[in-house]
Design a protein around this ligand. Structure first.
Ligand code: GDP
Length: 480
């Protein structure tokens, strides 16, 4: 296999994902009933295998790339209308022949057709295997492969916009632009090494240093201005906890808009961890009511206490709910300290609930001011204060939908490599700025420039380790 864009062969290539002689098949649309579903095949025998199940007016082997036809798919159990699309390698996503079968979106139809294709000789695709083939064939670079996963997993609009831009090659172009400029300086430096004997001056060292310093500045500001792309598909968890009867269940219902929790005037009614979904800027947040904490009087209470502790341990944010009409400050402070000890990294927001029972919302917040700097008055009964809670959660969860324009989005790993490239470039530039004779410094400068190029190669995938590839491709689902 020819590795495009200068990929070096890593042992990751040996794993199942890269056995490109296999023809692989997967359901590429989401599971479940829908208007249509999409079964995708790629590999050397894709056309021949698809022909086993598809009958149309023309044989698939005679179809040109980027064409389609209507026909029937036949399996031992059923015959269905289907449309087949043919993409011929190398002008395809994987650079191999790709066949797409568009079928009625019935899950039985999808699995039946996939099974028939497996019987005809295809093999099940691994997670991300289509995109891995696109990457290893040089069709896309690593930043673009990563953007495929980002696009599928984006949970807010800013990340979605960045993923689209990166899939269109934004990171690739930026890194390539920097790399090209470093390469031309490196060529100059290497010429200076080769021509050292002849005492030929190609450029003044300070001029080279100035251009390198500019590359370093640009790489640094790209890394620092870019928004953070999410590293996982982790759904944010917000936990409500507090003393019995503070209004946790009522707030869970009010924030999620669902009547999920039973709200009762009897203290301690909620004995389990209740969960509800809350949408914030299109992001689904898991809201948990950790009601059972601190009660171990019977086995049921003990298990509720342990479930509540586990919920707090998972929390990205804790909303500590207290009754501002009856603030037992010492009891609340003690419970809050206990909760903070379970999860030391979570930010805490104190909700001074039942604010409607006090003269003003400020009075409610004031009644609990000793607990935290972040106290918001709320009323689950009237919904007053809830928009401010949502705003605060948005801030704490770094939801960025309101950010304007199309921002460059980078993963931490990509930022680290950009900064390391900038550092190596600065290391190369600094001595040149002071020196007047390029040849004296050329060898060392060349080493630093190659290091900078290698750092950029880590972003594009030209230099990459198995660990990084495994981490990136592990975020894919089967069929992508
Ligand atoms: P939990 O034990 O913390 O889950 O508390 P609940 O949500 O079950 O509420 C306990 C009682 O307080 C119920 O009678 C609720 O109707 C009442 N309650 C909850 N929130 C408010 C509020 O904001 N204002 C008023 N006036 N009552 C509330």
């Amino acid at each position: 296999m020819v590795l495009g864009k200068g990929f070096r062969k890593a042992s990751f290539l040996d794993c199942i994902m890269l056995d490109v002689d296999r023809t692989i098949v997967a359901l590429s649309s989401a599971a479940g009933a829908a208007a249509r579903c999409l079964v995708r095949l790629t590999g050397p025998d894709a056309i021949e295998i698809a022909q086993h199940v598809f009958t149309g007016t023309a044989p698939l082997a005679e179809m040109a790339g980027f064409t389609h036809q209507q026909g029937l798919v036949q399996t031992p159990q059923f015959t269905l209308p289907a449309r087949v699309y043919v993409f011929r390698g190398p002008r395809s996503y994987t650079r191999q022949d790709v066949i797409e079968l568009h079928l009625p979106g019935n899950p039985l139809a999808a699995t039946g057709v996939v099974d028939a294709l497996l019987s005809a000789g295809a093999e099940p695709a691994g997670a991300g295997e289509f995109t891995a083939r696109a990457f290893f064939s040089g069709r896309i670079d690593l930043s673009e492969a990563q953007a495929v996963a980002d696009l599928i997993n984006a949970a807010d609009t800013a990340h979605l916009r960045s993923a689209v831009a990166n899939l269109g090659g934004k990171v690739h172009r930026l890194c390539e632009g920097l790399a090209q400029r470093l390469c031309s300086e490196l060529a100059l430096i290497e010429a200076a090494i080769d021509l050292a004997e002849e005492d030929l001056t190609l450029d003044t060292p300070p001029a080279v240093a100035g251009r390198l310093a500019q590359v370093a500045r640009e790489a640094t500001s790209l890394a620092s201005d870019a928004i953070d792309m999410p590293e996982t598909t982790h759904q944010p968890v917000v936990v409500l906890a507090g003393k019995p009867n503070a209004g946790k269940s009522a707030l869970l219902n009010a924030l999620s808009g669902e009547d999920r929790a039973i709200v009762s005037a009897l203290a301690g009614t909620t004995r389990d961890v209740l969960s509800a979904q809350m949408m914030l800027d299109g992001v689904e947040i898991e809201l948990l009511d950790a009601a059972g904490i601190g009660r171990t009087d019977d086995p049921l209470a003990t298990s509720a206490d342990s479930a509540a502790r586990q919920a707090v341990a998972r929390a990205d944010i804790l909303c500590f709910v207290a009754d501002s009409a009856d603030p037992d400050l010492a009891g609340n402070a003690e419970l809050l300290a206990e909760l903070r000890a379970i999860n030391t990294r979570m930010p805490v927001l104190v909700l001074a609930n039942k604010a409607d029972l006090l003269a003003t919302p400020d009075a409610a917040a004031q009644s609990l001011a000793s607990l935290s700097e972040d106290v918001l008055p709320t009323s689950a009964a009237t919904s007053d204060g809830l928009p401010a809670v949502r705003d605060k959660l948005r801030d704490l969860l770094h939801l960025s939908a309101s950010r304007p324009g199309e921002l460059l989005g980078l993963h931490q790993r990509q930022k680290r490599h950009l900064l390391a490239a900038a550092e190596a470039t600065t290391r190369a530039a600094d001595p040149l700025a002071r020196d007047t004779h390029l040849a004296d410094r050329a060898e060392l400068v060349a080493i630093d420039l190659r290091d900078a190029l290698a750092q950029l190669g880590n972003i594009s995938g030209q230099v990459v380790t198995d660990d990084v590839l495994s981490e990136i491709f592990s975020r894919f689902c089967v069929g992508k």
